[in-house]
Design a protein around this ligand. Structure first.
Ligand code: APR
Ligand code: PHB
Length: 389
C-alpha cells in the first residue's frame, strides 16, 4: 500500500493533522496503537488557545467547540487567602476556551470517520524504515499479520512513549529534561465548579488548581508527593486538602461529591532537538512535554501541527519545500517559549522539597509583584492566551 503521509498516533496531534491534510486533498493513514474508546477514555487538560481554535475551524471541526466551549476572559491566582484576577481580555483582547481535550479528540475522530478516512487501530510493532532515504516506509502488525505502507513523509504523533522519536539515531538528537519533585493528583466530579474562572492556588501546603469542564463537571488538582498513590487519597481527604489550599472565600463555597476519575501525573519538562530527521517529523508529546501548569501541552502540539501542515501544503500544492525545511526550527522556537512559561508558572506556584526560607520569600515577592504590576500581568496574559504562530 502507498500513501502520501503516514501519521503514527491517533491522539489530538495526529488526528488534527489528518483532518487539515484532508481539506487540501493530501492523503494520510493514521496508525493508532490502542482503540478509539481507549484514546477517548484519557482525561487530559481542557484549555484551548485561539490558535488551536482557529485550526479546529480550518479543519472543519469547530462547530461543537463554538457551541459548547466556555469562553474564559481571565484567571484567578491566589496565595493563601489572598487572590487577584489576571484579565486576559484587558491585556490581549483575546480569551481562551474551556473544552476538554477528550472532546477535541472525539470531534476529530467523528469527522475522520464521517469522511471515510483510513485509521488502523490496535497496531503493534510499528517501525519506521528509511526515513533518511527516498524510500521511506512504515511496517506494523495487526493480529499478528505484518503490513507495509510506503509514503513520502511520516508524522511522528505518537506521544512521549512512542517509537518515532526513538527512531532518530541517538547521535543525531539531543534531549533536554527537567523532572519536578512532585506530581498532580487530579479528580473529576459531577459538581458545579467552585468559580466561573480557573483558580491557580499557591499555598503553604502546596499548589492546587480549580478547573472545570462544564456547569456540572469540575476538575480539581492538588500537588502531591511522587510517592503518593491514588489509594492514599480518599475523596474526603482530597476535598479537605483542596479546601486548605484555596482562599477561604472559595473553600466555603466548594461543592463536593464523589469523584468519577482520580489519577496522579508526575510533572516533567522535556524537549528533543531537532524535530525532523529526513522524512520523519515529530509533533506534540513525541517531541516535547510541559508540566500542566499553564495548560500548554495540547496547545503546543497544535502549533507543531500548524507548522507541519503549512509545510506539507506548500510542498504538495506549490512544489515549495522551504516551509517543510524550516519546520524543526520554527516549531522549536515556539516550543521553547511554552516550555519557559510552563516552567515559570510551575516554579511560581508550587512548594519544592528543597526550598529554603529565602526561596519562599522570593516566591512570595514574585506573586506580590504580579498582583500589583500591570506589565507583569500582561506578560502572563500574553503567554496564557498563546503566543502567535
Ligand atoms: N504506534 C501507534 N500509535 C502509538 C504508538 C505506536 N507505536 N505509540 C503511541 N501511540 C499513540 C498513543 O496510543 C496515543 O493515542 O499515539 C497517541 C499519542 O497521543 P498523545 O499522547 O495524546 O499525544 P499528542 O497527540 O501529541 O497530544 C498532545 O497534549 O495536553 C497534552 O499530553 C497531552 O495528550 C496530550 C498532548
Ligand atoms: C484542566 O482543566 O484539566 C487543566 C486546566 C488548566 C491547567 C491544567 C489542567 O493548567
Amino acid at each position: 500500500m502507498r500513501t502520501q503521509v503516514v501519521i503514527i498516533g491517533g491522539g489530538p496531534s495526529g488526528l488534527l493533522l489528518g483532518q487539515l491534510l484532508h481539506t487540501q486533498g493530501i492523503e494520510a493513514v493514521v496508525l493508532e496503537r490502542k482503540t478509539r474508546d481507549y484514546v477517548l477514555g484519557r482525561i487530559r487538560a481542557g484549555i484551548l488557545e485561539r490558535g488551536l481554535i482557529g485550526l479546529m475551524h480550518k479543519a472543519g471541526v469547530g462547530e461543537r467547540l463554538a457551541r459548547e466551549g466556555f469562553v474564559h476572559d481571565g484567571t484567578i491566582i491566589s496565595y493563601g487567602d489572598e487572590d487577584f484576577t489576571i484579565n486576559f481580555k484587558d491585556h490581549t483582547n483575546t480569551s481562551v476556551v474551556v473544552y476538554g481535550q477528550t472532546e477535541v479528540t472525539r470531534d476529530l475522530y467523528d469527522a475522520r470517520e464521517a469522511a471515510g478516512l483510513p485509521t488502523v487501530f490496535n497496531t503493534q510493532e510499528v517501525q519506521i524504515h528509511g526515513a533518511d532515504t527516498d524510500s521511506a516506509h512504515v511496517t506494523y502488525q495487526v493480529n499478528g499479520e505484518t503490513h507495509r505502507i510506503d509514503c513520502d513523509f511520516i508524522a511522528g504523533c505518537d506521544g512521549f512513549h512512542g517509537v518515532s522519536r526513538q527512531t532518530i539515531p541517538l547521535g543525531l538528537r539531543k534531549e533536554y529534561e527537567k523532572v519536578y519533585p512532585f506530581g498532580w493528583l487530579g479528580i473529576l466530579s459531577e459538581t458545579p465548579p467552585v468559580n466561573d474562572e480557573l483558580i491557580y492556588a499557591a499555598s503553604e501546603r502546596g499548589f492546587a488548581l480549580c478547573s472545570m469542564r462544564n456547569q456540572n463537571l469540575s476538575r480539581y488538582y492538588i500537588q502531591c508527593a511522587l510517592t503518593d498513590t491514588v489509594e492514599d487519597w480518599s475523596d474526603e481527604a482530597f476535598w479537605e486538602e483542596l479546601k486548605r489550599r484555596i482562599p477561604k472565600s472559595h473553600a466555603d463555597k466548594l461543592v463536593t461529591g464523589p469523584s468519577i476519575e482520580k489519577s496522579i501525573a508526575p510533572l516533567r519538562s522535556f524537549v528533543t532537538e531537532p524535530m525532523r530527521w529526513g522524512r520523519l517529523f515529530l509533533c506534540g508529546d513525541a517531541a516535547h512535554i510541559v508540566p500542566p501548569t499553564g495548560a500548554k501541552g495540547l496547545n503546543t502540539a497544535a502549533s507543531d501541527i500548524h507548522y507541519l501542515f503549512e509545510g506539507l501544503k506548500a510542498h504538495y500544492l506549490e512544489s515549495d519545500s522551504a516551509a517543510l525545511d524550516a519546520y524543526s526550527e520554527k516549531a522549536l522556537a515556539r516550543v521553547w517559549k511554552a516550555e519557559r512559561f510552563s516552567w515559570w508558572m510551575t516554579k511560581l506556584l508550587h512548594r519544592f522539597p528543597d526550598q529554603t526560607e529565602f526561596d519562599l520569600k522570593m516566591q512570595k515577592a514574585e506573586i506580590d509583584f504580579l498582583r500589583s504590576n500591570r506589565e507583569a500581568q500582561s506578560v502572563l496574559a500574553q503567554n496564557y492566551i498563546g503566543l502567535p504562530y
